[in-house]
Design a protein around this ligand. Structure first.
Ligand code: ASP
Ligand code: MG
Length: 408
């Protein structure tokens, strides 16, 4: 008998039929003698619908109230899921994040989980219940409802699996696993049987939408056994996220290609090349809770230098006004500009550690297509480039082929 957490995404709970289907799968696991905790997302499209509603009233919605609204999608699906299980004669009970007490910080719309009170869930499981928990939401120390960022139900699933010391966390989605890249861009993309946790972390952080990055971080921290599976197929092993690296000889150099259309580039031109400048530029940005991804600073030639970084597209204007109002005059920067017509493409693979020339190969492939590279950043197992948005699909396709990720 195992304890299994099953997380179902929006497409898996999109309508009553799919919820019934989900309930039948849960019933099968229950019949095998397992304890099952189900985490559900909102019905697909629902979170977007709620955000749009909020924006109709207030274009830049107050984040506390936005969380009050967008957490309701999951409250509907937990109730429906519990009902569907009961209809199959299974004892089931639903919980919102607040009811469980999934305690988070107070960063509305992107809160982090601090702790989970697993007492009630454990008791219910011992009493034969299937416990259904709302994904994506928590509660802060003052009782305010918070949400965990888009795709946050994955994190709820993994965090619960960690708190309950579950044997496996299964993430059911509309694809049957993790692919070498998005099959909508490259039809030849292949499903991976296994991927290392580190690679999954890089892929998620570089824009792969299969798993929310925080869920992968959690899985790594607590060594949660994580598997991505299709909710539309009963067969199939999906993709297992592993913690052991295979023999390097067998490891492909590159395991996957991620891309991200959601970032914007901000450039600060002509800043004095002296200690403290990076802090003066990025300090106010961080204070405003704007996440910064890539950062580049040139070596200064004439006593000045240029500073470029990327933020989420939605936060470009906020970042630009902070820089123009609070920073530019202060540090005497010549010009501040933003560009949201960019995309980031990243190749990821633990095999990079034992192979040289991967970066130059990537740059050559892009050069052969006439694609200009605007920014570069690397880690031990990743090379990421920023290119003009219009070249994104071409870049992913040629790299996928050149690194032999295509299906045999
Ligand atoms: N419903 C939320 C969203 O769309 C959370 C999730 O589905 O994981 O982002
Ligand atoms: Mg998702």
């Amino acid at each position: 008998m195992a304890l299994i957490v099953q997380k179902y995404g929006g497409t898996s709970v999109a309508n009553p039929d799919r919820i019934r289907n989900l309930a039948r799968r849960v019933a099968r696991y229950k019949a095998m003698g397992h304890k099952v905790v189900v985490v559900v997302s909102a019905m697909s499209g629902e979170t977007n619908r709620l955000i749009a509603l909020a924006k109709e009233i207030m274009p830049d919605p107050d984040p506390r109230e936005l969380d009050v609204m967008i957490s309701t999608g999951e409250q509907v699906t937990i109730g429906m899921t519990a009902l569907a299980l009961m209809e199959l004669g299974i004892k089931a009970k639903s919980y919102t994040g607040t009811q469980v007490k999934i305690l988070t910080d107070d960063a509305y719309t992107k809160a982090r989980i601090l702790s989970i009170d697993e007492t009630n869930i454990k008791q219910d499981l011992d009493n034969g219940y299937v416990v259904v928990v709302a994904g994506f939401q928590g509660v802060d120390a003052n009782g305010n409802i918070t949400t965990l960022g888009r795709g946050g139900s994955d994190t709820t699933g993994v965090a619960l699996a960690a708190a309950l010391k579950a044997d496996e966390c299964q993430i059911y989605t509309d694809v049957d696993g993790v692919y070498t890249t998005d099959p909508r861009v490259v039809p030849e993309a292949r499903r991976l049987d296994k991927i290392t946790f580190e690679e999954m972390l890089e892929l998620a952080s570089q824009g792969s939408k299969v798993l929310q990055i925080r869920s992968v971080e959690f899985a790594g921290k607590y060594k949660v056994k994580l598997r991505v599976l299709s909710s539309f197929e009963d067969e199939g092993e999906g993709t297992l996220i592993t913690f052991e690296e295979e023999d390097n000889m067998e490891q492909p150099v590159i395991s996957g290609i991620a891309f991200n259309r959601d970032e914007a580039k901000i450039t600060v031109l002509g800043v004095p090349d002296r200690p403290g400048i990076a802090y003066q530029i990025l300090g106010p940005i961080a204070e405003a809770n704007v996440d910064v991804d890539m950062i580049i600073q040139n070596t200064g030639a004439d006593g000045t230098t240029d500073f470029t970084f990327t933020v989420h597209k939605n936060e470009m204007n906020k970042a630009l006004s902070i820089l123009r109002d609070k920073v530019q005059g202060h540090i005497g920067a010549r010009e501040i500009s933003g560009d949201d017509k960019i995309a980031k493409v990243s190749i990821v693979g633990v095999g990079m550690r034992s192979h040289v020339g991967i970066a130059s190969k990537m740059f050559r492939i892009l050069a052969e297509e006439g694609i200009n590279i605007q920014m570069i950043s690397t880690s031990e197992i990743k090379i990421a480039v920023v290119v003009d948005e219009k070249y994104l699909e071409l870049a992913v396709r040629v790299l996928h082929k050149a690194f032999e990720l295509d299906a045999e």
